[in-house]
Design a binder for this molecule. Structure first.
Ligand code: SAM
Length: 224
């Protein structure tokens, strides 16, 4: 096993090096991912076909600001696939405020993920109304947005103004097809990135092929 940093690991499984995080809840699987024990420590394989953050790492993500103790605001938690790996990484002293508005997936997220992990604070709210997240305290180090809404960039920026510390990192998943089906993905990405220029320095744009064909990841730093 090769240790990259304390955040994620490369573990040999079925003859290949695979991405993994150290399981914060040993014995527990979130999405039937494989659990592997090495030297008494349990790891969960992190599937880049299921998580766009893992796909970004596979596709040469340069800066990885999630580490022990990081405070994260995550919009679009869904059933918690990616949130669970971030929860592994930030550890018991970190926090993942996780916003999800659809009650059906949120129930699944609560039962199977948030209730088992003390560092996840579930917020069953609409990301369009960040002033109504009463449980978020202080500013966070990273905001991660994956909500697949036509106005997602505006929603994301509003959340950053309220909760992201200056110099904090911003990850935005751009669903190139949901914004406007008539435009090319390249044009959609350019237009969304242009909206960020006032408050952010763009660090990297990542095409998520072959793991995900309909999304790109934008990584930026908040100037305030
Ligand atoms: N990020 C997840 C992962 O990697 O495991 C997948 C997210 S899924 C593509 C998008 C999620 O955003 C859905 O669960 C949807 O209900 C949620 N969502 C969409 N609009 C939202 C909003 N305005 N407020 C909160 N959640 C929203």
């Amino acid at each position: 096993m090769e240790e990259v940093n304390q955040s994620f690991f490369w573990i040999k499984s079925e003859g290949e090096k695979k991405l993994a995080t150290e399981n914060l809840v040993p014995g527990n699987q979130v999405y039937k991912e494989k659990l592997i024990i090495k030297k008494g420590i349990e790891y969960r394989l992190w599937d880049p076909f299921r998580s766009k953050l893992a796909a970004s790492i596979m596709n040469e993500l340069k800066e990885f600001p999630f580490e022990n103790k990081t405070k994260v605001l995550y919009l679009g938690a869904s059933t918690g696939t990616t949130v669970s790996h971030i929860s592994d990484i930030v550890g018991p002293s970190g926090i993942v405020f996780s916003v999800e508005h659809a009650s059906r997936v949120a129930r699944d997220f609560l039962d199977r993920v948030a209730s088992l992990r003390t560092n996840i604070i579930p917020i069953l709210q609409d990301a369009r109304k960040p002033k109504e997240y009463f449980s978020v305290f202080g500013k966070v180090d990273v905001i991660y947005v994956d909500i697949a809404q036509p106005d997602q960039t505006k929603i994301a920026i509003d959340n950053c103004h309220l909760f992201l510390k200056k110099g904090g990192y911003f990850f935005l998943v751009i669903k190139t097809r949901s914004i406007d089906v008539t435009k090319s993905p390249k044009k959609i990405i350019e237009e969304e990135v242009a909206k960020l220029k006032t408050n952010f320095d763009i660090l990297q744009l990542i095409d998520l092929h072959p793991y995900d064909k309909d999304h790109a990841m934008v990584i930026a730093k908040y100037r305030g």
